[in-house]
Design a protein around this ligand. Structure first.
Ligand SMILES: Cc1cc2nc3c(=O)[nH]c(=O)nc-3n(C[C@H](O)[C@H](O)[C@H](O)COP(=O)(O)O)c2cc1C
Ligand SMILES: [Fe+2]
Ligand SMILES: [Fe+2]
Length: 400
């Protein structure tokens, strides 16, 4: 995408990535895409804020050189060292070695370790300002959103906050970079939540600290490094991030994430009965087949809902492996303090329940009930299953 002017002399020069299948090598973005937003300020001093992944580097450099000669660039501000924002660094260094790189003290260390860069690097102080002529940058250390070196940069005259991964989202841009020109804002909000839980959610404490530290009244535009630039409703994406961060210590909304897996359909038959029981109480339930769904898509539901219902058969004396993976990932991503129920079919001696209890222990999930049955459930079993689902829904409503 060609450069877009956000304010006079301040440009988006990002890369719209519609070809990468897995973000960070894990999270699916085949259908959604992603952007690596980079920004250029063409003032007396010329600055690029955050770079891009080493993909479509020609597009990135074309965008820069359409606006300024590289020999005239003064600074590169690095809010975050992850290679989705620094991948073009080595090439940059070769063609513009004179440019001064600005980042936190930790960034300076990491530049050496990741790219062997030690020359022309300056560590900025938290709260330091840098005058560019007409514009002035102010730097805020915001460690662990989501790496130790992360910071955010505010342009004080326009109130544009270059927040890097903070307030970011999956989703390639569909013509416009701005929230107010976007037809399907709900897509970006949904993808922002998926991005949040996949990438940043484990660091919800540092996210809340960063939000408290930023001068909210001065922020007029939120320009993250992934997804839309929020110029009409900058407060909205910040308040969504705050809300999502608060789930880390709260109990979640009334609702059930129903994760199930089934080899021959026995657990699946029960899953439908259990889901009917939950729904009959008017409690929302979102169902995922763990063998067919990437954890990326389950995590937003797990993050925001109070209840988790796990339906898994026994496999080799333990739990069905795709379920082990799904639940372990949730615990790893600090999905904490959930109410849990477990059901599943077994053939002779069982074992799924035992393994699941062990996996969820570090997440402080409270097991309210369990229901295991032999082989294929009969109509009596299914009645019990429906009741089992209903009881869980009631318990969630009572505890809300
Ligand atoms: C590969 C495989 C391994 C199994 N291992 C065990 C086991 O160790 N213990 C047990 O009680 N049942 C075991 N079973 C039996 C299943 O738990 C049982 O068939 C159950 O009904 C499967 O439920 P599903 O149709 O929902 O997949 C195994 C089944 C398969 C296919
Ligand atoms: Fe990152
Ligand atoms: Fe990123």
């Amino acid at each position: 995408m060609p450069a877009v002017e956000i304010k006079p002399g301040i440009f988006w020069i990002g890369v719209n990535d519609r070809t990468t299948d897995l973000f960070e090598g894990i999270w699916p973005i085949t259908d959604e895409g992603v952007t690596y937003n980079s920004y250029l300020i063409n003032d007396e001093k010329k600055v690029i804020i955050d770079l891009s992944k080493a993909i479509k580097s020609d597009v990135f450099f074309d965008n820069v050189t359409e606006l300024i000669e590289l020999s005239r660039l003064d600074y590169i501000v690095i809010n975050h060292m992850e290679p989705d924002h620094t991948g073009v660094f080595q090439m940059f260094r070769k063609i513009a070695p004179h440019v001064t790189i600005l980042g936190t003290a930790k960034t300076k260390e990491m530049l050496k370790n990741f790219y062997g860069i030690t020359e022309n690097v300056r560590a900025i102080e938290d709260g330091e300002t840098l005058s560019l002529g007409k514009y002035q940058l102010k730097f805020f250390n915001t460690p662990f959103v989501h790496w130790p070196e992360t910071m955010m940069t505010l342009e004080e005259k326009t109130g544009i906050l270059f927040s890097c991964d903070g307030f970011g989202s999956y989703g390639a841009l569909q013509g416009s970079i701005f929230d107010d020109q976007c037809e399907n804002i709900d897509f970006y909000k949904r993808e922002a939540l998926r991005y949040y839980v996949n990438i940043v959610g484990k660091f919800s404490g540092p996210v809340l600290k960063a939000i408290e530290k930023l001068p909210a009244e001065e922020v007029k535009v939120v320009a993250p490094s992934h997804g839309l630039v929020w110029r009409k409703f900058p407060a909205e994406i910040i308040s969504l991030y705050r809300k999502w961060a608060e789930y880390a210590s709260g109990s979640g909304d009334i609702g059930v994430t129903l994760l199930y897996g089934s080899m021959y359909g026995n657990t699946e038959i029960m899953m439908n009965a259990v889901a009917q029981g939950i729904s009959s109480e008017g409690v929302p339930v979102e169902i995922f087949d763990v063998a067919r769904t990437h954890t990326s898509y389950m995590l937003p539901s797990l993050w925001t809902k109070a209840g988790v219902m796990v339906g898994a058969p026994t496999y080799e004396g333990a739990c069905f492996p795709p379920m082990v993976h799904a639940v372990s990932m949730a615990i790893r991503k600090r999905v904490l303090n959930k109410k849990l129920t477990i059901f599943g079919s077994y053939g002779w001696s069982g074992g799924a329940l035992r393994e699941l209890k062990r996996i969820v222990e570090p997440g402080k999930w409270e097991l309210l009930d369990s229901y295991v049955f032999l082989g294929k459930p009969d109509s009596e079993d299914l009645k019990k299953g429906e009741e089992f689902g209903r009881n869980f829904a009631r318990a969630l409503k009572e505890q809300a």
